[in-house]
Design a protein around this ligand. Structure first.
Ligand code: HEC
Ligand code: HEC
Length: 267
């Protein structure tokens, strides 16, 4: 479905209504029925992290996850932290949480064309989303992140593993970058800045030399759109229609960003 031109509010609302099979326009979350389940999902309380050496490594992993550029030198290559894309320290349903992730690896990777381990999956995010270098499996960064993700995947949280993995699903749509630019100015620039970086730079850049590179998952508009549909705008998640999300994603992904280093194409 394409909403042409500026599209009156009624038309957009009607479109959202059709797509969502009857979610009312007056509701604050017309786009995403699935978001509601996230309310029931509480975050893993870091105060439950055990004491001792094991706990120290888990805490270290959480700190790296939340402050990657400062804490994972030299592996991180841009201004993004893991928690920018894996929301609330990797505990947000449909914000690509880490619950249960450890239990799904080793797993086949279409991108790598082979079965990969969890440390190798982290390396993928480091060379693409973080535009950096792959931390070896025995590096402190890799060991700490794996310990943290293992902790979030522990049996006590088994039930959550089934809910809200990834960013959820979305209908396949064609994106309109021009309409996306208008939506970006209206709904995103206030926080993220007209050029993808706020001034002062309180949020991580959405494009430019300090953002994800063109080999990252977020550089696929359909993936970015799923993230946006359920998580942005941060103050009103669930208010974008799937077409809005797709159009803004097409705009953001059309902006300049670093080139993926082909030396890492095995990741
Ligand atoms: C620019 C956004 C971005 C950043 C930054 C990022 N990732 Fe990711 N990550 C993704 C996307 C997109 C996926 C694929 C999610 C999907 O399709 O469900 C992913 C997937 C993953 C997965 C597999 C999840 C699963 O459910 O199987 C792991 C593990 C992971 N990332 C860890 C990390 C770690 C650790 C960092 C920080 C070093 C990081 N990521 C930084 C975007 C990002
Ligand atoms: C009210 C402020 C606000 C608005 C409006 C907003 N965002 Fe965000 N955005 C955030 C915050 C805060 C984060 C970081 C999330 C976190 O760390 O938990 C974020 C993270 C992101 C990310 C993850 C990657 C990165 O670089 O941090 C993307 C992509 C994104 N926003 C895109 C958008 C788009 C597109 C829009 C408009 C549809 C939008 N945002 C509107 C506050 C906002």
């Amino acid at each position: 479905m394409r909403i042409s031109g500026r599209g009156s509010k009624t038309a957009v609302c009607f479109a959202a209504l059709l797509l969502m099979f009857g979610e009312g326009c007056s509701r604050s979350s017309p786009g995403v029925a699935a978001t509601k389940s996230s309310a029931a999902q509480t975050t893993a309380d870091p105060l439950e992290i055990p004491a001792g050496a094991e706990g120290a490594l888990i805490w270290r992993g959480k700190v790296i996850f939340d402050h990657t550029p400062d804490q994972a030198k030299p592996w991180a290559g841009n201004a993004l932290s893991c928690s920018d894309c894996h929301l609330k320290s990797g505990t947000q349903a449909f914000g690509s949480p880490m619950y249960g992730a450890a239990k799904d690896y080793p797993s086949f990777s279409g991108r790598a064309g082979r079965v990969i381990t969890l440390p190798e999956r982290l390396q993928e995010c480091f060379v693409r989303s973080e535009n950096g270098q792959p931390p070896p499996e025995d590096s402190e960064a890799s060991k700490a992140l794996v310990a943290y993700i293992d902790w979030l995947s522990r049996d006590a949280l088994k039930d959550r593993a089934a809910t809200g993995r990834g960013y959820g699903d979305m209908p396949v749509l064609a994106g309109n970058a021009h309409r996306g630019l208008l939506l970006y100015a209206a709904k995103c620039a206030g926080c993220h800045g007209r050029e993808g970086v706020p001034n002062p730079p309180t949020l991580s850049p959405l494009w430019g030399p300090q953002s994800w590179n063109d080999g990252a998952g977020m550089n696929i508009p359909a993936v970015l759109a799923k993230f946006l549909l359920r998580n942005m705008p941060a103050d009103k998640p669930g208010t974008l229609s799937p077409q809005d999300a797709m159009d803004v994603a097409a705009w953001v992904d059309s902006r300049p960003r670093p080139k993926f280093n082909q030396a890492y194409r095995n990741y």
